[in-house]
Write a protein that binds this ligand. Structure first.
Ligand code: ADP
Ligand code: MG
Length: 324
């Protein structure tokens, strides 16, 4: 879907922000660019929709160099969420969401329908929020509008540059969950920038760890955690390995809903002997909300959900507790 081929960007003052950068983002993938401040994440992202042009190399979208697309077509087909909340203050929520559909000359009915649908998607009642102005929203609500505005014209690609960094922890978590849910439903190709490894581990299909404008290691959260390529990766990941090896029973709810209190059929189960790592692999493999944990006799002894598993995992890490 998006391919960076030997991309280098040197700014006029001589700063090389991106240096021989190579990466392919697959269709429908949630790819996170992460790395220390100044490592070139924002520059890399802005070259996708040509807010910045590379000094050398080529970026392809669907095998066509981005320089062969018209800038308008590119910008309209790529949603972009900025770090700072960037709604137009004199426009209502509805008008903000409809900026790109307006440019694309959508019919009024189509625009309205899409606006309602998007507000519903992030849990904001259209009848209440459509007519409000940004100043009448909380920071978290404004940033949610920023996210759905980027999705308004149904772009194939969405770029998000540290979209949560201005938010308090609760709004942040809420929006992370919203985006996670959106991504499950709509499967956009998302390039997400953060410097927060917890966030990256929680949300990404793959993580591209950058240093000084180049890729240090790119892989799934598990790959980075299990096989860090060098000390830099290891340090960036932090000491998360032990949490990964904890028994799944630590995150299991013991009260089994009646519906599950029987030998599960056509349901993916997690063996009670699994580690969190094993459970995570199972949970990622199918589209199922909760997972019975079963003993050797296939009897359900508890339930695990994906959200609970991740929640527990990151909580432990934040507290720095040894969970082994
Ligand atoms: P990140 O998003 O990872 O923090 P950036 O892509 O913003 O990194 O910046 C990468 C490097 O390029 C930094 O050293 C930064 O100071 C430099 N840089 C960014 N924008 C410009 C610019 N317009 N002119 C000169 N240097 C820049
Ligand atoms: Mg940046």
């Amino acid at each position: 879907m998006i391919t960076f081929k030997d991309i280098t960007k040197t700014y006029p003052d001589g700063t090389t922000a991106v240096d021989q950068f190579n990466l392919t983002v697959e269709k429908g993938e949630f790819m996170t660019l992460i790395g220390p401040s100044g490592c070139g994440k924002t520059t890399t992202m802005k070259m996708i929709n040509r807010l910045i042009d590379p000094s050398a190399g080529t970026i392809y979208i669907n095998e066509k160099p981005v320089s062969d697309y018209s800038i308008d077509a590119l910008r309209w087909n790529i949603g972009y969420v900025l770090q700072q909340i960037a709604l137009f203050p004199h426009m209502t929520v509805q008008e903000n969401i409809q900026v790109v559909p307006e440019l694309l000359k959508w019919k009024k009915g189509e625009k309205e329908k899409r606006t309602d649908e998007l507000l519903d998607m992030v849990g904001l009642d259209p009848s209440i929020f459509k007519k409000r102005y940004p100043s009448e929203l909380s920071g978290g609500q404004q940033q949610r509008i920023g996210v759905i505005r980027a999705l308004a014209a149904d772009p194939d690609i969405v770029l998000m540059d540290e979209p949560f960094s201005a938010l308090d922890p609760i709004s942040r978590e809420q929006l992370q969950m919203d985006i996670d849910k959106l991504q499950k439903d709509i499967k956009k190709t998302i390039v997400f920038v953060t410097h927060d490894m917890d966030e990256a581990l929680k949300m990404s299909d793959r993580i591209c760890l950058m240093k000084e404008g180049s890729v240090v290691q790119c892989g799934s959260p598990e790959q980075l955690m299990k096989h860090p390529k060098n000390d830099f990766v290891e340090e960036f990941i932090g000491n998360r390995k032990s949490a990964w090896l904890t028994s799944v029973q630590k995150v299991m709810k013991n009260d089994v809903p009646a519906a599950h209190d029987r030998e599960p059929e056509n349901v993916m189960t997690i063996p009670a002997t699994s580690t969190i790592e094993d459970a995570y692999a199972i949970i990622q493999s199918v589209n199922q909300i909760d997972f019975p944990v079963v003993d050797d006799n296939q009897k359900t002894i508890g339930i695990v959900t994906r959200d609970e598993l991740l929640q527990y995992f990151y909580q432990q890490e934040k507290e720095g507790a040894s969970v082994l």
